[in-house]
Write a protein that binds this ligand. Sequence first.
Ligand code: ATP
Length: 440
Amino acid sequence: MGEEKNLEQMNDLVALCKRRGFIFQSSEIYGGFGSCWDYGPLGIQLKTNVRDSWWKAMTYRDDIEGLDASILMHPEVWKASGHVDNFSDPLVDCKSCKSRFRADQIDTEAPCPSCKAERQFTSPREFNLMFQTRAGPVEDSASKLYLRPETAQGIFTNFQNVQQTMRKKLPFGIAQVGKAFRNEITPGHFIFRTREFEQMEMQYFIRPGDQKAAMDQWKEERLDWHLGQGLRQEKLRFHEHGPNELAHYADKAFDIEYEFPIGWQEVEGIHSRTDFDLKQHEKHCKKNLHYVDQGDGNKKYLPYVLETSVGLDRHLLSLLCDAYRIDHVGTKEERTVLKLAKTMAPIKAAVMPLMKKAPLEEKAQKLLKDIQKHFRTEYDVSGSIGKRYRRQDEIGTPFCLTVDYESLEDGAVTVRDRDSMAQERVALDKALAYLRERLP
Ligand code: ATP
């Protein structure tokens, strides 16, 4: 597919997200606020499904505990972690049109991607990506704070709390989901790169020397998770960081990349962080963070860390891009369908009385009440049945249940499958069991 066609598809997806209540521009009634997005009723349900699936994969097991650390932290944390000194991107400006770019994302020897002026860039300046804010009423240097640029540091600062209260032995992990903030130089591509986003991170604490085994284990587990979300295998791949790409804390790193309409891009980082963070925190907080290994003669050492870090919003964009399809109904008519995995679909079923007529609505309402307790279900009574199907297809609803006049006679409904569009009659009192068998 050509680049133009891909971008067109991305624009169509953005339009669908707005039209159907998934994602809105932030502060839209004020003309919008760049690089921030609001999740609408369907968007937040989809996000919740993704978050739950990650949380379950990460914490419904013996070796990982959950955590929810605060966004604001002691400012020394960010000196220790290296973010104050190192968390920056090289910024260049086009002298002609004043557009800003990340020097590592464009060829500064080539014409400006925006105005095509020849080699008109300023020399690169390092631009720290952390948002600064202040605590309390007094504006002095002591009140300076940062909005966290990653959730990981809240895990490191709580390493001992979790290890001791939960009596964990290595290897064990701590998982956390939460907002992170980065003052990105070039945000864009919808929710792909924003200044406020959500991360799902897990730090796995291991014995020094076990990095390779941990990396192999987590590469496999994380790729399986993405596949389990319904993403197509051929759209996923690993990318190993070369020596120039490695972050200051890492001795090895792989990205899981997804092929977006804008090309192959990172959705998750799997980083071998050594003992860099715990060592740094030990130095800065002046407390002993060593682990006592009772299984190895009470040896004391700082654990090494294998991190998995996935952007919730970016992953959600990969799900939407992957699910977005244009099908042909019969030979002519086109339909847009979101082929989301059933586990991810925000609405699982729609109940539709064929017409706005009391006996049909009565039956449909009763069915709705039965199903709604178990699955998120929509009730739709307006417009032709064909239009209602199209709407449910666009939001990825796996099943539509239509109550028609025949239902009054035979006590059954027509169940239509989103993907095959096949229809079958199911007894009203068996409808819930039917869905239970087919929905996770
Ligand atoms: P990039 O190279 O794209 O800037 P990164 O390597 O800095 O990303 P990490 O620090 O490894 O990213 O963050 C882990 C994950 O968090 C990324 O894989 C991505 O899914 C997500 N993420 C990072 N920055 C953003 C952002 N500005 N907007 C949305 N998601 C982000």
